[in-house]
Design a protein around this ligand. Structure first.
Ligand code: SF4
Length: 234
């Protein structure tokens, strides 16, 4: 399911060209992908293409919209007044846009420090931890927590906020340690789905239980409602 970007204003004039982030959607508050009330940012583009991915609308690199990182940060700041415990970066594959990801993480860190806030930054990636450590060690240092590894449809379901059992929840900072240590147990399942509406579009946020999407389609069909352009099928 595709969401209109909330970033509609043109980039402000600047001496240097803005760093652009290819974004699929953004939402606040997200309460099912990490600690507390969060901003959720889903980037556009993923070349990993896991079997069973429920976010196939984020795969095409040319989809979504290109927005400046400055605009994304400004939008995040408008949400902080309502309470902000964290920012979750998902997609799509955030590490396929390393320059934009670095600018975004630097901007979030600067804002957090200057405003005296305590939100954490949790990032999903479909790349193995070993690959991320080899290629993006500097980016990992800017995160509080990471959920790496591709979604594996053939494995059992994962624990809290994760799709499959191969995915770990790795604290990367003292704040990440305080909020996420001990959440790695496979039994710690917190699979709740948020539903949001935008005109005739409906989107679901979170990690579904296996079979939830098919069950939802069947239930809708019994009530005369057919779902078009779903994100879990191409
Ligand atoms: S689960 Fe994540 S890494 Fe895998 S194809 Fe979907 S968006 Fe890409």
């Amino acid at each position: 399911m595709k969401i209109a970007s909330p970033f509609s204003s043109p980039p402000s004039p600047d001496a240097s060209p803005p760093v652009l982030l290819r974004l699929n959607k953004a939402h606040y508050p997200v309460t099912v992908l990490g600690y507390g009330r969060r901003v959720g940012l889903w980037v556009q583009g993923c070349g990993i293409r896991c079997k069973g991915c429920v976010s196939q609308d984020t795969w095409a690199a040319e989809g979504g919209s290109a927005v400046s990182v400055a605009e994304v940060l400004d939008w995040c700041k408008t949400k902080a007044a309502s309470g902000l415990d964290g920012v979750t970066l998902s997609g799509g594959e955030p590490f396929e846009q390393p320059q934009a990801l670095a600018a975004l993480l630097d901007g979030l860190a600067r804002w957090r420090q200057e405003a005296g806030l305590t939100f954490d930054v949790l990032c999903y990636s479909g790349y193995p931890l070993k690959t991320l450590r080899a290629r993006h060690a500097a980016l990992l240092e800017k995160l509080d927590a990471l959920i790496p590894e591709p979604y594996a449809d053939a494995l059992p379901q994962g624990g809290a906020w994760r799709g499959s059992a191969n995915q770990s929840l790795i604290p990367l900072s003292p704040l990440g340690q305080a909020r996420y240590a001990g959440k790695d147990a496979p039994a710690a399942r917190e699979k709740t789905i948020q539903v949001a509406l935008e005109g005739e579009r409906v989107w679901m946020i979170g990690i579904p239980e296996r079979g939830d999407m098919a069950a939802l389609e069947s239930l809708c069909a019994t009530r005369g409602l057919s779902l078009n352009q779903v994100s879990w099928r191409r």
